[in-house]
Design a protein around this ligand. Structure first.
Ligand code: ZN
Ligand code: ZN
Ligand code: FE
Length: 751
């Protein structure tokens, strides 16, 4: 007879871990107990030595699907008098546990919901230990009902007996509930329960816009095939053309609209159920939801409520309930009633806003556009023993806290330029520090003087490390791939503040996580009229043409000729024409020059459309970037490229072919510059990051060509390549920081 104790760390709470331990102990006839602690799960077992060994083997090999064991430490202790195995209630203490993300409804629960004989038939809040809300309802740890927003619902007898029964799938399922005791639906017409649901469904069928409270916030929802409804939704949301995501009844329905490969199918149907960007079978489908776009953001129902609604529809627009780019509503707000005809709500409170994750599959590997529901706050490995708070960038913001080799990335926060987003940002930062027991020793932020986070960094009484934007992108790739050698980084991005006070974004860096330098960049051009050029790519096209051809190019875009003259003369005088080396803007400029898009309704639209028109046929490219040198830096000169594009337009070459040649020359640039850098710097490691690498064609071909040329090519997989990954990169730099250098400045707390 032996007795062992074990401490198990990882995602082990809220995932059916204690019932799993209980049934294993029963299986091997062991006595003892299991309990949640703030550090994870604590187990003591007693029995035959071989049975104990077999027990621990199975703990590791057959843990519940949603569990993730990071560490298990087992030691022998002295035998006790006892006759059974029990689950003890939780104690609080040191905060060391990991918090499970929200999990999409499981198949067993769906069966309950659709079985007329089941007591949960039609119940929208059905869940079990394998599924349901977690991160969006947790207020404190350990993860027990009393520490969630389910606290106010007292379980009925039937629910309580499931909750107490170790053989039941709902044993200690914290959000366990039923029609009798749990949360209930209500509709804005006053109906509740099933009638509320039916009213909402008939309103959607009638072409109305209905707000639906989901897991981490409200969606705005309407019939995806009703163009009037979708157009009306665009007006009310003040969102002209940016695509809306849709929710589709099931995977076979999704396959009717889109091409879906096995990796995409696995992602769509996973327990995380993100929005996956898929290629439409016909570009002209869903013109209202996803105009001029060959892709469609698709997700499957991920709560019982969605599943109940989607029984009546093949496809609904399901977009975050917000106005323009402001954050999604997660509490009932009067504004919701202004944009929706009806509001389908319920009384299970959402503790924190959690947006839908958005992903795309490139080379069979999922990549994040937005890392949120289903993924946050699962930690990402980082070489860091310090406790650091990294504040991220201004757009697509996430922040990140670190502790014991783990980085906890927040869910997508959004654009830090309105008061609601900023409030949520600040409250989530303090919530993360509390939940994960982190007392930051240092704050990391961007170098941009106008970012909210740069000012906010100074409000902590701590040393602040300012990390150059593209260096943070570079470090994010190196850190998530644990690259320790020197690497060459191609960081192709929209815009980021550079150390020379110009706007960077087409950068080649060289170095490591703890020290890097700028080694090359695009030839600079002026952003005519400043930031406004982002939504008016013709201004960028004009700047490129003016430099490439000289003379007076103001009539190239005839509809803007007057404005062009003013902008060019202002530029000559150095007024409001900041210089940039941004690759994202070069894409915009080319899209404008070929007449594809001269004005955008959202950032990056021109570049996205340029990728989507790439012709299928094989075509030889005669485009090239010339590589010049300025001091020690490589300059990627696009002048002859722009001239060749204009010559192609005159020769009647199609936009699709020009787009393809342009993409290919960008791939050539990466490969050629990497070859030169390999000779100069003696390294074959290449890192790719920055928002422009959300371009699937560019990413795929760069990876392929670099590998074919003997390079080790590293990309972002665990964090987004866009600004959603910046906080993680900042944390990685701060973790390894030794001394100031060009791309990194420490401001000590006394300053
Ligand atoms: Zn379930
Ligand atoms: Zn109940
Ligand atoms: Fe960026």
């Amino acid at each position: 007879m032996k007795r062992y104790r074990a401490e198990i760390e990882g995602i082990v709470q809220g995932v059916g871990f204690r019932p799993f331990i209980y049934s294993l102990a029963v299986k091997f006839s062991l006595t003892g107990f299991v309990k949640n602690t703030a550090g994870g799960v604590y187990v003591e077992v007693q029995g035959e030595e071989s049975a104990c060994k077999a027990f621990f083997d199975e703990v590791i090999t057959s843990a519940p699907e949603q569990a993730n064991i990071n560490n298990i430490s087992i030691s022998e202790i002295s035998i006790k008098q006892e006759s059974e195995f029990v689950i003890q209630t939780s104690i609080s203490g040191e905060h060391n546990t990991l918090i499970s993300p929200d999990i999409a409804v499981c198949d067993d629960c769906l069966r309950d919901v659709f079985d007329p004989k089941n007591r949960r038939y039609g119940y929208a809040f059905t869940n079990c230990t394998n599924c349901g809300p977690r991160f969006s309802i947790i207020e404190d740890i350990p993860y027990d009902r009393a520490n969630t927003t389910m606290r106010e619902f007292v379980q009925c007898e039937s629910c309580q007996s499931e909750y107490d029964d170790p053989h039941n799938r709902r044993f200690h399922a914290q959000p366990n509930a039923c029609e009798v005791c749990g949360p209930a639906l209500r509709y804005s017409n006053g109906e509740t329960g099933n009638s509320a649901l039916q009213s909402a469904i008939s309103d959607i069928k009638a072409g109305k816009i209905v707000a639906i409270k989901g897991l981490g916030g409200y969606h705005l929802c309407c019939d995806a095939f009703n163009d009037n409804a979708v157009t009306e939704l665009r007006e009310r949301k003040n969102r002209e053309e940016k695509p809306f995501a849709v929710m589709v009844k099931d995977i076979s329905t999704a396959e009717r609209y889109c091409y879906i490969n096995n990796s995409e199918k696995a992602l769509l149907t996973s327990s995380k159920k993100p929005i996956v960007l898929l290629k439409k079978r016909n570009r002209n489908m869903f013109q209202a939801a996803s105009p001029n776009n060959s892709r469609l953001g698709v997700m499957l129902p991920y709560t019982p409520l969605h599943a109940l609604i989607m029984q009546h529809f093949d496809c609904l627009v399901m977009t975050s309930a917000n106005i323009s780019d402001s954050p999604m509503f997660f509490e009932e707000s009067p504004e919701l009633f202004r944009i929706a005809d009806g509001v389908l709500s319920h009384n299970r409170n959402i503790k924190r806003r959690v947006d839908d994750s958005v992903m795309t599959v490139v080379n069979n590997t999922p990549h994040f556009f937005r890392r949120a529901r289903g993924y946050a706050p699962v930690p990402i490995n980082i070489d860091c023993d310090k406790e650091i708070l990294a504040l991220g960038a201004q757009q697509k913001n996430t922040f990140c806290v670190t502790k014991q080799q783990k980085a906890f990335l927040s869910s997508h926060i959004g654009e830090l330029d309105d008061i609601d987003t900023i409030q949520q940002y600040i409250s989530e930062i303090s919530s993360f520090c509390h939940l994960f027991g982190i007392k930051p020793e240092m704050v990391a932020c961007d170098m941009h003087p106008d970012y909210f986070s740069t000012d906010y960094a100074r409000t902590f009484d701590l040393d602040v490390l300012q990390v150059q934007h593209h260096y943070a992108h570079f470090a994010s790739v190196l850190a998530e791939n644990a690259v320790k050698e020197n690497a060459i980084g191609f960081i192709f991005d929209g815009t980021g503040y550079g150390t020379d006070k110009t706007i960077w974004g087409g950068e080649m860096l060289f170095g490591q996580v703890n020290s890097a330098k700028r080694a090359g960049h695009l030839r600079r051009f002026p952003l005519l009229g400043g930031e406004a050029a982002i939504k008016q790519p013709w201004r960028i096209g004009l700047a490129l043409l003016q430099i490439a051809f000289g003379g007076d190019m103001s009539s190239y875009f005839p509809e803007h000729e007057g404005e062009a003259k003013i902008l060019l003369s202002a530029c000559e005088k150095g007024i409001n024409s900041p210089l940039t080396s941004s690759m994202g803007r070069l894409f915009d400029g080319i899209a404008a020059i070929i007449g594809l898009r001269t004005e955008c309704s959202y950032e990056g639209q021109a570049a996205i459309e340029l990728e989507q028109i790439i012709a299928d046929e094989a075509i030889d490219s005669n485009y090239s970037f010339e590589i010049a040198y300025e001091n020690d830096n490589m300059i990627f000169d696009w002048i002859s490229l722009v001239r060749a594009v204009v010559a192609d337009i005159k020769a009647g070459i199609s936009k699709g072919n020009i787009a393809k040649k342009f993409h290919n020359v960008c791939v050539d640039l990466v490969v050629n510059a990497a070859k030169i850098a390999r000779e100069r710097y003696y390294t074959s490691a290449v890192a790719l990051s920055g928002g422009v690498f959300m371009n699937e064609y560019l990413l795929k071909h760069c990876q392929y060509r670099l590998q074919a040329n003997g390079f080790n090519c590293y990309v972002n997989v665990k964090v987004p390549a866009n600004d959603g990954g910046i906080s993680y990169g900042q944390a990685a730099v701060a973790a390894n920081y030794e001394k100031d250098f060009e791309l990194c400045v420490l401001r000590s707390r006394e300053e």
